[in-house]
Design a protein around this ligand. Structure first.
Ligand SMILES: Cc1cc2nc3c(=O)[nH]c(=O)nc-3n(C[C@H](O)[C@H](O)[C@H](O)COP(=O)(O)OP(=O)(O)OC[C@H]3O[C@@H](n4cnc5c(N)ncnc54)[C@H](O)[C@@H]3O)c2cc1C
Length: 416
């Protein structure tokens, strides 16, 4: 069924009896041309683009839990392309362009809202750094605008401009950035991939790889063995654990990142705002909850829950720029496991094992990367060579010393 105003009216008038499950529950086959491990945003997007752009459909996405149970359903929903470096900016700008047409591509309402992001600056040197970043963005065709304090005061009168320690001098605005409903993105990709013949297999954990003479020829799973022409791994926070089964040790650490949501409040925050002197970012959901977060927890973990000291640190960041949030009550918080690469940038590449491909290292920013990551991983899997905008996201950059270090945002919390 195609979702539209007409299907909605039709169902409303006929007792809503015609809605079908959004994707099938297919039987697992013995062989697929491509097996993708991980039914998060990146795995599902890869399957969708393999089917829609590269004409492949004998594909399985194997998910150990359920669709949306990982970070794709746990993030703070921010999408943007305000990067500085050559290796990153074209990739994230490609992603933002894909976001702009995604709901039409998927025929799914993912509540994409381009309400803008403002990175606050608190000193002259930080302003200069943002001027440089804004120029780099514009050179790559992205939008960026430097806001002076007077302009920002009109947009966000609630900010604490006169804070003695971190006075707010202005901000870097990317108006095309914004938010999207995170789990709807997973559901939209799942439904659209399924419609194109992709098998989405939930409750199916990959327990091992089958490797013969240096070539990956399949996987062992909790539901049986599958042979495959190619295997793509997109398991985000579980990357080190899964790739260890293939004997590979990666420059990736897993850390918890927490998210927090307040009680519903009247609309106050116009878009996404980030603190420039600490790690704190905030937006407001359509239901009115303030959605905010900050640093990763400073120790390695595979637990999907965080600790109170980081919660306190995040709230301190919030109080520094908008003391009014001290009055709001936090209703819920949760954690997700982040695959932190050592330079804070992702990896989309072949591995030393033939026919085994890797998509990982998403750190804080994998949600906004979902469309471009899926497209570039699909490109690599289908054609065996990197997509134009992912040419620098190679695994061997750590060996060559060609790091893509945006701002020391890798796995070391003290460098953020
Ligand atoms: C609190 C928080 C806030 C965030 N905020 C933002 C943000 O605002 N903007 C942004 O851009 N990014 C954000 N991120 C990062 C972003 O969510 C992730 O980088 C991104 O979702 C990771 O890719 P994914 O969706 O494919 O991961 P996931 O959804 O985690 O998918 C990986 C899947 O692999 C499955 N899996 C693992 N092992 C196996 C196995 N052996 N067999 C089969 N399946 C397996 C897991 O069950 C999981 O479903 C945030 C993350 C968190 C935790």
């Amino acid at each position: 069924m195609r979702y539209s105003i007409w299907s909605l009216i039709n169902q409303a008038l006929t007792g809503n009896k015609g809605w079908k499950p959004a994707w099938r529950e297919p039987e697992l086959k013995n062989h697929y041309d491509i097996v993708i491990i991980g039914g998060g945003g990146h795995g599902l997007a890869t399957a969708f683009y393999l089917a829609s752009r590269y004409g492949m459909s004998n594909i399985a996405v194997l998910e150990k839990g359920w669709i949306g149970s990982g970070n794709i359903g746990r993030n703070t929903t921010i999408i943007r392309s305000n990067y500085l470096l050559d290796g990153n900016e074209p990739f994230y700008e490609e992603s933002l362009k894909l976001w702009e047409g995604l709901e039409q591509d998927l025929n799914y309402n993912a509540m994409i809202s381009q309400r803008g992001i403002i990175n606050l600056y608190h000193s002259d040197s930080q302003r200069d750094a943002y001027v440089r970043r804004g120029n780099a963005m514009r050179l790559h065709g992205a939008d960026a605008k430097l806001l002076k304090q007077e302009q920002l005061r009109k947009m966000c009168p609630f900010l604490d401009f006169e804070n003695a320690r971190f006075p707010i001098m202005g901000g870097l605005l990317q108006a095309r950035a914004g938010t999207a409903r995170h789990d709807a993105v997973a559901w939209g990709y799942a439904r659209a991939a399924d419609q194109r013949g992709v098998d989405i297999i939930q409750n199916c954990e990959v327990t091992d790889f089958i490797i013969k003479d240096g070539v990956c020829i399949g996987v062992k799973t909790s539901r049986g063995t599958i042979t495959a022409g190619k295997v793509g791994v997109a398991v985000a926070g579980s990357t080190s654990k899964v790739m260890a089964k293939a004997g590979l040790r990666l420059p990736i650490e897993s850390h918890v990142l927490q998210a927090f949501v307040s009680e519903g409040l009247k609309p106050i925050i116009p878009g996404v705002i980030t603190f420039g002197a600490g790690h704190f970012y905030i937006s407001q959901s359509d239901k009115g909850g303030l959605v905010f977060g900050g640093n990763i927890d400073g120790y390695n973990s595979y637990a999907q829950r965080g600790n109170l000291p980081v919660f306190e640190d995040v709230c301190q960041g919030g109080m520094a720029i908008m003391p009014m949030i001290g009055r709001a009550r936090v209703l819920r918080n949760w954690g997700g496991i982040m695959d932190m690469s050592m330079d804070g940038s992702p990896i989309i590449d072949k591995t030393p094992i033939e026919q085994l491909f890797l998509n990982a290292g998403w750190c804080y920013g994998g949600f906004k990367a979902t469309p471009a990551s899926g497209l570039c991983f699909a490109h690599l899997l289908a054609l065996g060579e990197p997509h134009n905008v992912a040419k620098k996201l190679r695994l061997d950059r750590f060996k060559r010393g060609a790091m893509l270090d945006e701002r020391g945002a890798g796995a070391q919390p003290n460098l953020h």
